[in-house]
Design a protein around this ligand. Sequence first.
Ligand code: BGC
Length: 783
Amino acid sequence: MKNTLLCAAIACSTGLQAQTAAPQLRADNIDEVMKAMTLEEKARLLVGGANNFFSEGAVVGGEARLVAGAAGTTPAIPRLGIPATVLTDGPAGVRIDPTRKNDTNTYYATAFPIGSCLASTWNTELVSKVGEAIGNETKEYRCDVILGPGMNLHRNPLCGRNFEYYSEDPLLTGKIGAAYIRGVQSQGAGVSAKHFAVNSQETDRTGVDERLSQRAARELYLRGFEIAVRESNPWTIMSSYNRINGQFSMGNHDLLTKILRDDWGYKGIVMTDWIGIRKGLPTIVEVQAGNDLMEPGQPAQVKEIVEGVKSGKLDIADVDRNVRRMLEYIVKTPSFYKYPYTNKPDLKAHAQITRQSACEGIVLLKNNGALPWKDGAVKKVALFGENSYEFLSGGTGSGCVHPPYVVDMLEGLKNAGIASTETMTDIYRKYIEFARVKFQAERHPAKWFQTEYFGQQKYPEIAINAIAINKEADTADAAIITIGRQAGEGIDRDIQTEFNLVPEEHALITDVCNAFHAAGKPVIVVINSGSVIETASWNGYPDAILCAWQPGMEGGNSIVDLLTGKVNPSGKLTMTWPLAATDHPSTKNFPLNDDLLTFSNMKNDGKPVPGHDFTNHEEDIYVGYRYFDTFNREVSYPFGFGLSYTTFDYSGIKVREQKNGLIEVSVTVKNTGNLSGKEVVQVYVSAPKGNLEKPAQELKAFGKTRELKPGESQTLTMTMQKRDLASFAEADSQWIVEAGTYTFRVGASSRDIRQTATLRLTEYTEKTTNALAPKEKLKLLKQ
Ligand code: BGC
């Protein structure tokens, strides 16, 4: 009898098992799927799939690559209907391999303008449009997430990755970042806002300890991310390589849970940056800290999580929380809803978006009336500088893109019916061919970022004989000198040869200006660099200077649109251009680049470099214009500066506070010149003297007019919340707006204030968690 019952029970349970197949993931059955997951499966979901990045056709970590050249994946668990998702670099476009083995199709992606160029548009609508196009390419190339936007602050002009980042100002960083994110995510693809946080240098990036005050962290380095989280809800955030006040970001509970989730209410996932494992940082600490996904992921990490739970070192509740967030992410992805990707995004349409957005991001730094060129006045141009012919569309490293083409200056002019002189074209073309081969032959093998796979390279400038320059001045109607700079991931910039001009460049500027001015012809300098260079020693010579940044693959066309006046420049600087790199107070504590540091960074083992294992943020909250304007230091070009071919008048400022804490600042802008144009309007706020020391002024809102015809006006209303005026009081871990009279200064740059108004405000406070406290007292700059 007993036996019969037992047999019946076994038969019944096997029958049941056969009937209840494992649940298949849907948006509304995450609980059920989690119940069906084994501990092993849960651990696997928290550790990246194959590292696709470097492996041509390879199978890494047991999974075949899905998209050649994409940075990584999340693992598939087919038993539960959980698909792999694909993560691709960014941020200036989709970074995948342009060609594939045994495949005649091509997979070129649009190279959009780099971060500093996009931000210089100060046009959030336009940036969202760029984001939409990037989101579309992400999806069409079978990817789910683009690893961008880059939202670190330009703490110092020497950071190699400034080109991927937006500004020295956190409000601008946050607003531009949020606009990019909204654009990408409107397409049903995701972003990864990176590198969270305080990753403002490349030197020793995997080991360096960034030591800073809680106030500088909250008000500056975290603020942009906070705005992006609150205003655009990024699907994912990437934790940075470095440490902050002693603790690696990727295992930093204060950063990833207390601030990001408890204070800001973030709901998405956090993934690590790509050099995964750190000595002294167990994976289980990362799981506990709230880092949901280890990238690119190693099998040892899965094992560590499983063993951690089994031994009781890791609470299963921590694992479950992260797994749930992963599943909530996965059900939103194109891979999950099986988006019918085409591998054929509309590159032509996106080229137009690139051309137009670059035009708005390029900044006119000087113009003595030489621009725009009058109809037909310039028929032939002498093009100097290597980068006139090898135009840099973007920076190097993971942030580069493989575009189908890059329009250089020669081609841009030709497309507008303007010729270039044959002699210079011939000299430079031949030189570039030679330089390319020499450069690669002499490259140190550890400098992986100096290969074409990681972006266009910059070759040394050559000297052009003064007699040859004189001849050019006889035949050409104008001269253009392109001053190019390349920089990128893994290495910071050098003052002498990268921030400053080298002797060949100085000679070129003076010789070309002397020859062309003697012939009564104009000289225009085009700066083709991802970030700031020295200008004060030479900007008196040329007639006009355009900072073109690295404006994407349509670069030459965008610049010529501006030279010919087809488009009126409206970009403005998002960072101060100092007289010298050493004028920034942060330079004192910025690790000046040398080969020792570079190669130690290449080791990527996260061990600090002796003597360089920390960076003191002694300048504290005095970053960029917050320093230059408070300490009254002369600059070459101030924050927010940019010229137009027309002029604008500001009038009728009004400031009012509504009951809900919203502060409105309105001003009327009138085009008082002879050409149509757009104007970027900036609202700075000066606080009354209170208990907390404050910078002289801080950007609190901005707006951009539509294209105004001569004589036309527009009233812009720019808003901010009262809490946006708060400073961070460390003693009570709270944001505070001290009571008193605030001055609202509306201007065309931080040094060109046109209208002011005042408003009395009552006190406002907002409690936060106490997080990221420095381990020891820091020496900080005071007013
Ligand atoms: C970079 C990230 C990038 C990742 C994947 C890292 O080294 O810091 O910005 O997204 O690699 O390529």
